[in-house]
Design a protein around this ligand. Sequence first.
Ligand code: SIN
Length: 323
Amino acid sequence: MDNSSHSIKIIQKGMHIGAQVEGIDLSKNIDQSTFKIIEDAFVEHEVLFFRNQQITSDHQIKFAENFGELSIHPFSPNSEKIPELIIFDNNEDNPPFGTDCWHSDETFRDTPPMATMLHGLIIPEIGGDTVFTSMTASYEGLSDKMKHFISGLECIHDFKPFRALFGNDEKSKIELRYFEDLYPPVSHPVVSKHPISGKPVLFVNPQFSVRIKGMAESESRTLLNQLFEQAKIPEFQFRHQWAVDTVVIWDNRSVQHYAVHDYFPARRKLNRVTIKGEKVLPFSETNDLRLIKDNKSPLPDQSKVSHGGHIPKRPLARNPVKS
Ligand code: SIN
């Protein structure tokens, strides 16, 4: 198959997130006009998947480089030869670590990756899906009062789950201090502005977001828990079922994901690369909302009570009509 803008097809799979790309061979060169179709679909659908891609890690890296320069994860199981390549090879002797938690990748960095790409190499017979949630839809689904309340807030992000990788001995403590100097806690806006679509995004995640600036600890915890709950609403999600040679790329600026560890102790092997991102921009409610034409909620407005056509069919036994 030769890649061309005529053969490529984008098939929407989720109402708010997720699309399949057909008619493209990722082992071959992709011209600019074809790549532009992929890039636009990536921003619109936030998660793209490509089935039956018999590619090597070099092909994966080459395809990813169309989106930008690759980044290196400081704590992941990187390939010795190519540090940009992460190899998740999990099995009975090497349980998966830290990905069964809602998160956007590496938001403990000042400039988190803009995208992450996975290639499925060994897929368990049952289980091992990845669930994605749109943080654009999650934001849209908040009430106007909550949108107003969180506007302008900032949150501290920290590499906290990876602290468990360091032991208690002196050498490990020195090593941990080295990483703390390299990756001190960073502050990102709670509502970010997607750099391409300009849309508002709820930019907090339970793995790395630790405290809302300027709030008491208990207030911050309550608010963060409430915002974390928002991303768990199934209407905003897309559940991806893996097959060997499926490639998935997601927009890390507007997506959280959760790797379902139900397949353990079976084997699951994926190659992962990430693409460098930029500083997270704040969304300003007053200036930016005017730019967004279609800011309607992805959920029915609960304040307009019509009960979806439900009506009581018979009198309630507890309120017998007295004659
Ligand atoms: C990740 O969190 O990057 C891994 C996702 C997966 O293993 O499905």
